[in-house]
Design a protein. Sequence first.
Length: 160
Amino acid sequence: MANKPAKREENPVAVNKKAYHDYELVEKFEAGLELRGSEVKSLRAASADLTGSYARIEDGECWLVGAKIAAYQQAGRTGHDPARKRKLLLHKAELHRLWSKLEQRGFTLVPLRMYFSKKGIAKIELALAHGKRQYDKRRTITERDQKRDIDRSMKKYRGR
């Protein structure tokens, strides 16, 4: 039998699919999230949205802006603000390296996915990215379609 690729242990809570389409990813980072009590329960229920969110470095700290974690129903009045800024936990050396890259023109920090690690800690995968131009997006779509057509036509020869 053929070897199957290694399956990831972490189940993603939220995935930013638009980031793969809109940006060319240069480098990926993993960061922890500073969350309030009801946010953790809401994340475990997989009610988070990363579309339109980004990360920014302010005053030597990294912040996640625009990510939405829905309010937890059983929290009552003491719940959290769904669209608040959340602090990202990175090492100081990573922060300095990211800050120097972000100072260059055209780079941005984009969240790719949010998940719980094997130890049960909330993590977020960030990518240092360049924005794609419209013609780059079209080229990516045509390449993907061509690959799909080739795979479809080769399927009848492999399946015997």
